[in-house]
Each structure stands twice: as C-alpha cells, then as structure tokens.
Ligand binder design. Structure first.
Ligand code: DOR
Ligand code: ZN
Length: 353
C-alpha cells in the first residue's frame, strides 16, 4: 500500500445492498455479523419456500428484527421473489405499504433456491410494467440458464440476449445488476447508467477463477456467478474504486454449512459478512483509493435507491484483529471468507450521529 495512505479512516456507516440472511438458527448466527458493520441491507428472498408475497416479507422482516442482538440498530430492506405467477397488484401493494423496496429476478435454475424463479422474462411483462410505473427497482441475477453456454460466459451472454432489450423495453425501470463478475458487465453498467447500477462483492475483487483450483478444488471459493479470469477481477477493482455513482457495495454473503460446501455437489455461496469491510478496505488501500471507499460503501447505494445516507460513522484501522475462522450453528459450522488481506484491518464500533 502507498505509504502516504491513511492508517485510519472514518466514513459514514455503510449499507450492504445484497445479503442472504437465511432464516431460523442460521439467521441468528449470521445476522449479528452483518448488523455489526452495516446500517441497512437488501435482504434476498431466496428462502425455502421463497418470499413471494408481501405477507411473507412482512413476517420475515419481523423474524429478522427479533433475531437482532440487543441494542443493535439495523434496518432490513425486504425484497420480493419474482415467479412466473407474480401478481403485479401484490407487488405494488407491498411497495406502497413499504413492506419491500425492490423485487429480485432469478432466472429459474440459475442459482441456489432459484427453481421457482422466472422461466421467461416475457411472462412477467405486466409486473415489470407495474414496477416501472411505481419506481420500484428490479434486482437481477444476471446469468443465462442455458447449459449449452459455458459457465464462464453466462453473465456476458445475459447482457447480450436479455439485458439490453429489457432496458429498452422498460426505459423507466430502475435495474441493479447484482454481483457483477466481468469487465463486460462493468462497461455495460457504466454505459447504461443511471438507469442501471451494479453491486460488487469483496470476493470478486479478491479472487479469480484460478483461485478456485489452487492446489486442488477449493469449494469455499465457489459462488455464482463464478469468479472469472484475472483481467475481469482487475476491471471490477477499477469500477469499484472509481467513485462512479453506478457501482456500490453488495457483499452477496451467502452462508452454507461446511458439509454442504465440501460435498460431491457443493453449494454455491461465500460467507463473508464477518470480514466484509476489512476486505473492501484492503482492496481500496491496494488500489490507492481509500478516499473513494465512502462513495462505494455508503453514498452511491442510498442515492440509487432514493434513500437518505446514514448519519452514523464507523472507523477502519489498518491494524489486524482476529476474525473467527467459522461460525457455529449447533453442531454445524459455516466457514468465513477471510483472506490474509482482510485480516489487516479492524472495523471500529458504530458511532451514532
Ligand atoms: O453463490 C451464490 N449463492 N450465488 C447466488 O446467486 C445465491 C447464493 C445463495 O443463496 O447461496
Ligand atoms: Zn446473492
């Protein structure tokens, strides 16, 4: 890191614009880690069964609030899981009543618990038209599901086949392309902003596709969209640290039990909540861009969603602290994404306004 870069910085408290909190005892174990760093988070709806109706989202939100550690302030921002059968009136009603702030489109079969997702975008035209009308953002898992397309190309093909047309057909629809992994996606978002924004995860800034096979198969680095070639990682670093308003923080923290990751058919997802801000701080430090971390982590997201920025502050110090290797849930455990780089930073307590 540049020797003139600060060893301590104080920024507005960040938000996480993409998390999987799960439910029940897993949620109780992982939620404190997200809530320790972030004021708000966009909560993904891919539970089993998925959060498809406003009443489901309301109940899930109450379970999250009830699972928060005492005295911790954290606002879950709920999302609707779109299916072929989604009712535009229910989407609009939940948005008007502030039950949910956005809807998530999983192409059916693209990833974990996406089997109830949308089989063809043409089937939800009336839902998208309604969202465009009421100003409700659409959050996209941007990969095609066609198995004849190479897994490393599925995001780029999604841009070509689906996303360009979607933005044209619904020019007033706000879209977030979640967890981008390619240089093409970063370019696409830049050139179609401000209609579209993108979240970028810590792991896609830190690993490339070779990391997944370093000395053997490393199931804990497997997530979807899968990490790509090194030049894509470098392009993502450039995008995240640019300060551009269309790029913002979204960890995609996605806990799975160790035995389900280390399996013949391991689950996709990386649990990074305990080390999220440490990882981002290290990336921004390496890119000599710590002065733009606040834009990425705390300003660009709220502006895109039309929400106020947080008034509380957190500090980040370049001083290593121990982070847990794993989080226990009964007799099971969930491994934490904790690179050596992430261990170089300490996240301070949240200081209220
Ligand atoms: O790696 C992933 N894990 N990607 C997703 O899109 C879903 C997530 C999960 O829910 O585990
Ligand atoms: Zn996700």
């Amino acid at each position: 890191m540049n020797s003139s870069a600060p060893n301590r910085l104080v920024i507005r408290q960040p938000d996480d614009w993409h998390v999987h909190l799960r439910d029940g005892e897993v949620m109780a174990a992982v939620l404190p880690h997200t809530a320790a760093q972030f004021a708000r988070a966009i909560v993904m709806p891919n539970l089993k069964p998925p959060v498809t109706r406003a009443t489901d989202a309301e109940a899930y939100r109450q379970r999250i609030l009830a699972a928060l550690p005492k005295g911790v302030r954290f606002e879950p921002l709920m999302t609707a899981y779109l299916t072929d059968a989604t009712d535009p009136a229910d989407i609009a009603d939940g948005f008007k009543r502030k039950v949910w702030v956005a809807a998530k489109l999983y192409p059916a079969g693209a990833t974990t618990n996406s089997q109830h997702g949308v089989t063809d975008i043409a089937r939800i035209t009336s839902v998208l038209a309604m969202m465009e009308k009421i100003g409700m953002p659409l959050l996209l898992h941007g990969e095609v599901t066609d198995h004849s397309i190479d897994i490393f190309d599925r995001e780029t093909v999604f841009l070509e086949r689906i996303l360009g047309k979607l933005l044209k057909d619904f020019p007033g629809l706000k879209v977030v392309l979640e967890h981008i992994t390619t240089a093409e996606a970063a370019d696409f978002v830049r050139s179609h902003a401000p209609q579209i924004g993108a979240t970028i995860t810590p792991h896609h800034l830190m690993i490339n596709r070779s990391s997944i096979f370093e000395g053997g198969v490393r199931p804990h680095l497997y997530c979807l969209p899968i990490a790509k070639r090194e030049h894509h990682r470098l392009a993502l670093r450039k995008a995240a640290t640019s300060g551009d308003a269309c790029f913002f923080l979204g960890t995609d923290t996605a806990p799975h039990f160790v035995h389900l990751k280390e399996a013949a058919c391991g689950c996709a997802g990386i649990f990074n909540a305990p080390t999220a801000m440490q990882s981002y701080a290290q990336v921004f430090a390496e890119e000599n861009a710590l002065d733009r971390l606040e834009a990425f982590a705390s300003l660009n997201g709220p502006r895109f969603y039309g929400l106020p920025v947080n008034e509380a502050r957190i500090s980040l110090e370049r001083r290593g602290t121990a982070v847990p290797d794993s989080v226990s849930v009964g007799t099971d455990s969930i491994l934490v994404f904790a690179t050596e780089a992430a261990k170089q930073w300490t996240v301070g307590e949240v200081v209220p306004a």
